[in-house]
Design a binder for this molecule. Structure first.
Ligand SMILES: CC(C)(COP(=O)(O)OP(=O)(O)OC[C@H]1O[C@@H](n2cnc3c(N)ncnc32)[C@H](O)[C@@H]1OP(=O)(O)O)[C@@H](O)C(=O)NCCC(=O)NCCS
Length: 280
């Protein structure tokens, strides 16, 4: 990713039009379901007037739906961060996937794509992620991989074909062969037991065969475990890293993207003791 608009071939910066914010139907593919089916039909006015009102209604519906899925706390946080005040930085990690990924090595975890039948068992991730969010992902075409131990979910990793709604990440775009990492989580009591690594090997195998060539993820710059995991330890799985800085003060926004931040990330991880020395 480059610091100048449009200068990156894969994920490019563009000014996010206001209408994308909050209401982007691409986000987790939030389906647009009518809240009041008869609303449009009952509207008074000429056909032209009705047509003009429709996008506004759609946007309102999408916003309401997004609020319901995200929950009030996250919605308020996203609004404050996007429109009122925020000074934050995310590393953007690019991880290539070869055309053929080997079958996953044997692991104590059973890994597979989740379905709606798994919904109740995914409650183990609450309150971090709610069942309604998992439902939304599962019904909207996102890919939800889950690792189980003894039949119980212990880790999940979710991927989408588009970037999240709202500034600043809605300013990024994806190639058709790229996937956006929506979230990866392992239950706290199971961390550092290679559940996430097992899931990664499994989904690499599945997704490489389906034409995916790169994962793109954003990790806040102080989330060291997630940065260490995304970086890939001594094997260094990422091919590129950029650093997105976001400042918003009462609607005045500035996005800055440092195109090549790999060395910076390595220094940060090494200083925190999260970067093992490469194998001799
Ligand atoms: C990030 C996270 C998913 C890693 O899951 P995990 O199951 O503990 O990861 P694994 O045990 O499979 O670790 C795989 C590799 O990632 C790296 N890694 C993972 N956690 C690490 C940590 N805390 N410190 C340093 N390296 C770490 C290591 O290279 C590790 O391999 P190694 O153990 O052979 O050195 C987990 O810490 C988590 O759920 N964090 C909270 C949620 C979160 O922040 N998600 C990211 C949102 S952007």
């Amino acid at each position: 990713m480059a610091g100048q608009p449009g200068s990156d071939a894969d994920v490019s910066r563009r000014r996010a039009p206001e209408r994308e914010v909050e209401g982007d139907p691409r986000v987790m593919g939030v389906p647009m379901q009518p809240l009041v089916r008869a609303e449009g039909e009952a509207q008074a006015g000429s056909p032209g007037e009705r047509a003009r009102r429709r996008p506004r209604l759609e946007r309102a519906r999408q916003r309401l739906r997004l609020v319901r899925v995200r929950g009030l706390r996250r919605t308020v946080r996203a609004l404050v961060q996007g429109y009122v005040f925020a000074v934050r930085r995310w590393y953007l990690l690019y991880r290539p996937l070869p055309a053929e990924a080997p079958p996953p090595p044997p692991s104590p975890f059973e890994c597979r794509l989740a379905t709606l039948d798994d919904l109740e068992s995914l409650a183990v991730f609450e309150p971090n992620r709610q069942r309604r969010e998992f439902r939304e992902w599962l019904t909207s075409g996102a890919l939800l991989f889950v690792a189980f131990a003894g039949g119980r979910p212990v880790a999940f990793q979710c991927f989408a074909r588009s970037v999240p709604a709202g500034p600043p990440l809605s300013g990024l775009t994806l190639r058709p062969d790229q996937l956006w990492t929506v979230d990866v989580q392992t239950l706290p009591e199971v961390r550092r037991q290679h559940a996430a690594a097992a899931l990664r090997a499994y989904r690499d195998h599945v997704l490489a065969a389906s034409g995916v060539r790169e994962y793109v993820s954003s990790v806040q710059d102080d989330n060291l475990p997630a940065l260490a995991y995304g970086y890939g330890g001594a094997r260094r799985l990422v091919s590129r890293v950029s650093l997105l800085s976001w400042v918003c003060v009462l609607g005045l926004r500035r996005i800055r993207i440092e195109a090549d931040a790999l060395a910076k990330l390595e220094r940060r991880l090494a200083a925190a003791g999260r970067l093992p020395p490469p194998p001799a």
